[in-house]
Write a protein that binds this ligand. Sequence first.
Ligand code: GLA
Length: 731
Amino acid sequence: MNKVLILLSLLLLSLSLTAQELSVDSGRFQKGDDTSWSAFDYDDNTWQVVSFDKAWEDMGLDRVNGIGWYRLHVTIPSSLRKGTVAAIMLDMGAIDDSDQTWINGHLAGQTGTFPEDPGGYSSEWGKRRYYIVDPRWVHWDRENVIAVRVYNYGDPGGFYRGTVKIVKPSLKYFADLSLVAETGGYKAVLATSEQTSGTLNMTVTDILTGTLETFKTQKVNLAAWKDKQISYSLPPQKRLKVTYSDPRFEEVLEAEVCAPYILTPPAPATPRYNGPLVFGVRPGSPIVFRLAFSGDKPMKYNVEGLPEGVVLDSKKGVLSGSCAEAGDFPLVFTATNDKGSAKTSFTLKVGPLIGLTPPMGWNSWNCWGLSVSQEKVMASAMALINRGLADYGYSYMNIDDAWEADERDADGRIEANEKFPDMKALGDWLHSNGLKFGIYSSPGDHTCGGYLGSLGHEQQDAEVWNSWGVDYLKYDWCGYSKVFDASPDKSEAALIRPYLYMQQYLREQPRDIFYSLCQYGRGKVWEWGAFIDANSWRTSNDINDTWESLYTTGFERQVGLQPYAGPGHWNDPDMLIVGKVGWSSSLRDSRLTPDEQYTHISLWSLLAVNMLIGCDLSQVDDFTFNLLCNNEVNAVNQDILGHQAHQDVVEDGMQIWSRDLYDGSYAVGIFNLNEESVPVLLDGVLDKIGLKAGTVRDLWRQKDIATDAEYVIPPHGVLYVKVLSSSPSRL
Ligand code: GLA
């Protein structure tokens, strides 16, 4: 076959037409940049034919860090035309990093920004592109050219997720239906950029019984760029669903919400200790520890039994200083306010082990993504204190990716970028409030977000972080793939090497730095993490705020991992996805239902894993506070035995996970993974896992409950209990 024939068959193969959409999975590519390449009749014959399932680097192209263009030639059938609303839509998938897209020389849209744009370059590599195209721009039943100008920074580059789709327009491309929380209920908002006439339906269903309680229907007639708002009241544990249909389109818009309900009783006004019962520090290392007492402020703190060198700030309740001598120091904490006082016993363990209980705190990634700044970190740190989350043991403030400057200084030292004007001052401020300071890097030459990594500068970076007062390092594989892929050595040792390498420099620092590995569970990291002195390791890919992600990360990927967790080393199924999240500068409420959120926090508590809040702490609502600040739920997570729960039963969509606690009791989570609520007989369930119940306490409601009773567990919800068993030899 000659070249032209091969090319023709490739192009034909790349088009597959269904009634509703057309898919294109290859086109032509050229490095460089020229505005005339957007024109329909530009001759691109000499350009390379490429497929869209591989990034630039993987197609034998030179590494392209900069601009490249794709041109797609495609015949668009008039069967894809629908009314005058919009002709077609280009579904471009994800493009690494930013793009501008033309059809027949008309600009259809842009996602992300280019270096020459005001404000400079910003990546939107993970975002799906939908561009609606004016019908007059399309050459119906003839050849069209879609030209895509792409800017890439770091790898991978360009299209790599398969196909570009050309689809019929549908309602969702110009109308949007959402439910927005307001006092006492929710407001349905239907917004449209085109004229629409249709029907809005609303139902309220009881979550526990599944009974339909209310149905309302309403005709809507909206002009372009108008919206319709209707308020509904919604009691707890009811599901509100609204739908909108316009007869011109097959598809129906839907929005659904479940009213949150608070189970955690409010903390008393008198002091109450909610923090861990032990803290580990190496001899001579600076101590950063905040006494976690809830209750009315101001409070006065006292600590008995402090070893020499350790000092208490009695107004803030902050321990600092250091202890040269190894050993266990029994302390008694007292907090007093004008309502009363409380005491608790505590052990300061000065020795080789740190991270004796799972780290509790905050990380910037799930909320701010790459838009994190010092100002945002400070706002969350202040809220941690003022909103009272620090009174429940949350103490790490961890900056994830995007703090790094573009270049190292003349001596090769890493610097922070302009969003972080003073890292040392930030660290000092956190420490003065008893909070700990976390940072992020990669063993590769760049991070997942395309920022500088530590490769070749490991010792220097550890020293710089020490000078800023860093207490936690998340070390993320990402850019290291390049080194690993280029080497023939694919052994376990090759996976361990970059982490072991950084470990030696971290441990040489005169302060304790919690070492958190992030390589998504490669090479069964849990089997060797503790041996290289890591304090925790991610067990899976990134979590997001959907039930599917929570299920895979929290349930599936944790089965059988309990032998590897214990004081000083923990499995890490990733950060929490409650509250306002968004992985960008725009935040939204977690998409998990309230019951899914109870399941999430109960499971993380049972699993003895890192409790790093992923939301903007300056916007923590009462429901989220109730999830994060239940002292009995958190006490299980922080239990000093450090025994991770194991999966005992999987049956009819139900799962039971349990763990033993240092006081001889058991924490048991009965999870309903079904789509409907399920009634359970408590003593029957406990019997299944060999527990003869004495007292059973509902941990969310913080009250003792009867064992010979039936409890209805909502869909994707949980009954989370602590059991004093009369047959303690079970485990
Ligand atoms: C990876 C990690 C995330 C986050 C980002 C930052 O995806 O798994 O947790 O740190 O990188 O770029």
